[in-house]
Design a protein around this ligand. Sequence first.
Ligand code: TRP
Length: 362
Amino acid sequence: MTIDIAETTSDASLTKSLERSAEIERQIAVDPSGFRILTGDRPTGRLHIGHYFGSLSNRVRLQGLGVTSFLLIADYQVIYDRDGVGELKDNVLNCLADYLAIGIDPAQTTIFAHSNVPALNQLVLPFLALTTDSELRRNPTVKDELASSNRPMSGLMLTFPVHQAADILFCKANLVPVGKDQLPHLELTRQIARRFDERYGRANPKQPVFPQADALLSEVPLLLGMDGSKMSKSKGNTIELGMDADTTAKLIKRAKTDADSHISYDPEARPEVSNLVLLAALCLGRSPEDVAEELGDAGGGGLKKLVTEAVNETFAPVRARRTELLADPGALWGILHEGNARANEVADATLKDVLTAMKMDY
Ligand code: TRP
């Protein structure tokens, strides 16, 4: 199951980031009190099992180790590449239910939304003045969007890495669990923090306004969608956390396999079969090689039967808890309101530090 992400690229800075992440993991295990984490999701649809195994379960793990965490529902990021908000409110409510159902504890983790924390958003203004147009256009995500999208890029899309810096720095987070595609955003966040202090914070160089945030890279299993392409909300090939057992069974039944009835784990040669093996392995907490060996000549049918049982059993308690939570939307909104209030306190204090450093403390 361990996919060595260092293997896929020879980039020396990636190796360094991985080493740094391993060192941070060791420090957290000894004393989590020096760390503050920010993570977030765009509420453009429902959370799915790819999110679960890719990032949500890691957040619950870190919470369990006692790290203070902020969890952002990035609603202002929904509109950077689309014309409307879609089912935004429903997505946010479901997102809250998913978080709580998988074990995020609002007493330990502050869950909040962009739109409800004005001081966070205000940080974007001074941060924009510290960032150049060419830096933004060089950002890989922005560049991809520019190259692949057939719509004109919005100013919000162009500047979203700066907004993400505000997401991280408003709460002075020093740790951001990410995939390697997010490393350039983190680098920009560190630059903004450094430049802010160079430009305005010289009065007290020993105590910078903002910390230098580290990425916490983990070895993330890459799950494909049931059609064998990237698992993505927009492709409709996901198994959502909230789907019922029958819908899950139908989706897995339709999943692509191949003609060889001997099951093996070989992601390069047999991506679809291996993806199903990996999914079963993740649910069962076993290695995919082990699962493949046990299945032997079970064929596509046997494989799908095992995957369906494993997914449905793993997520049955989460689904039951979700249904319970969604029966009382008022309580879910209440949890968001409490998180927003806490995030506002933190953001207001940071904005005060910023305005003081900028001599705008009238
Ligand atoms: N862009 C992230 C996503 O699509 C969500 C996000 C918003 C985020 N702000 C962030 C992640 C800051 C890390 C840090 O999932």
